[in-house]
Write a protein that binds this ligand. Structure first.
Ligand code: PHB
Length: 394
């Protein structure tokens, strides 16, 4: 049977789009190469943990926010730590908004559960091999090669997207940074009740959390470093060193340890004919600005609205404008992620370090720069542009 929309990839973008379309009675199928258990636990890779106010608003309006409200943590600020001091940015007074700390794995679990409970279709362990006129070619878990006819195909297959190549003459704007993040998840209380972004001559460190008893911490390391170079004691000692005495982390059992290189990437255009890209398949940000999952949700909302306008009223305009509309929030998030990355990471070059230190002191002193940072962090210019998922005309 012909499906209207074929979505490749069951991450936050693909799942939100499928869930919203299905709710409107538009036939949609999600094909995902990995198993449900892998996606839901995903212990192998660093996953994000911050929802902008607009993202949490979208999840609430979509009926996906129940567990987020119960178990997520509302945060009304972040700390910048440097030169032995702590500077707090208070989001409500700077922007009138706040953010939510809630792991991407939980967002994905909630979406899979809600979509399947509503009768939606997700085919796990189905590997997409390519596009063919009018549909998708994939391999079933049993090894059979089959075809799925669709009106539209959406590639939401992550940062190593295979489908990205389906856009002929796409321009790939890319920046590679000379550092990586060593991330740990530990059964240990967080360093503070809010996130600490710590800048130290030895390198950047981030102190985040998943719950009041579970911390998520990161260290800037060189790209060529290996996990074996970092035994547990060394990680905890380095985290405390980079806190510079403003707080202290107490070691606890490690649940996860991973390395992620930092890069920025934008694919342009994000569409070709009846094929569209969303999320990390279309753009990657370094994790410093906590924008990745939020951008993925922004794309899904935009494409949902465009597809709904097409199916409800036969309007093609919003679909044709998808790249143009999406790139506005994408470049804004790229700008902020780049800003936060260069502001906080210790570079090798001493001139760059001089500039960075000047910028950091300026942020600490200037209410204007604090507002710039807070507005971007809570997402006024990304998800905040379209939080009215249900209230706005589609
Ligand atoms: C996280 O909690 O994993 C996290 C938080 C803030 C960031 C990046 C990652 O900027």
């Amino acid at each position: 049977m012909a499906k209207k929309v074929g979505v490749v990839g069951a991450g936050p973008a693909g799942l939100l789009l499928a869930y919203l379309l299905h709710r409107e009675g538009i036939e949609v199928v999600v094909l995902e190469a990995r198993s449900r258990a892998y996606l839901e636990q995903s212990p192998h890779r660093i996953r994000a943990g911050v929802l902008e106010w607009g993202s949490q608003e979208v999840l609430l309006q979509a009926g996906l926010g129940e567990r987020m409200l119960a178990q997520g943590l509302e945060h009304r600020g972040i700390y910048l730590a440097f030169d032995g001091g702590m500077h707090r940015l208070d989001f409500p007074s700077l922007t009138g908004k706040s953010i939510w700390v809630y792991g991407q794995q939980f967002v994905v679990q909630d979406m899979i559960q809600a979509h399947l409970a509503a009768g939606g279709e997700i085919r796990f362990e189905h590997e997409v091999l390519g596009l063919e006129d009018g549909g998708l070619v994939y391999r079933t878990p049993e090894g059979a090669v089959e075809r799925l006819a669709c009106d539209f195909v959406v590639g939401a297959d992550g940062s190593h997207s295979r489908l990205r190549a389906q856009i002929p003459k796409a321009r790939v704007h890319q920046k590679i940074y000379p550092f990586a993040w060593l991330g740990i998840l530990a059964e240990a209380p967080p360093a503070a009740e809010e996130l600490i972004y710590a800048s130290h001559p030895r390198g950047f460190a981030l102190f985040s959390m998943r719950s009041p008893t579970r911390s998520r911490n990161y260290l800037q390391v060189a790209v060529e470093e290996k996990l074996e170079d970092w035994p547990e004691e060394r990680i905890w000692a380095e985290l405390n060193e980079r806190l510079g005495g403003v707080a202290e982390v107490r070691p606890g059992p490690l649940l996860e340890k991973s390395l992620t290189p930092l890069r920025s990437l934008v694919v342009e255009p994000m569409q070709h004919g009846r094929f569209f890209l969303m999320g990390d398949a279309a753009h990657v940000v370094p994790p410093t600005g906590a924008k990745g999952m939020n951008l993925a949700l922004c794309d899904a909302v935009l494409l949902y609205r465009a597809l709904l306008a097409y199916y409800r009223r036969g309007e093609e305009g919003p679909l044709l404008r998808y790249t143009q509309d999406a790139l506005r929030h994408v470049w804004q998030a790229e700008l902020f992620s780049y800003f936060m990355t260069t502001l906080l990471h210790t570079p090798a070059d001493s001139f760059d370090e001089g500039l960075r230190t000047a910028q950091l002191r300026h942020v600490a002193e200037s209410p204007h720069l604090q507002r710039f940072l807070a507005e971007n962090y809570v997402g006024l210019y990304t998800s905040g542009r379209h939080p009215g998922l249900l209230s706005q005309e589609v």
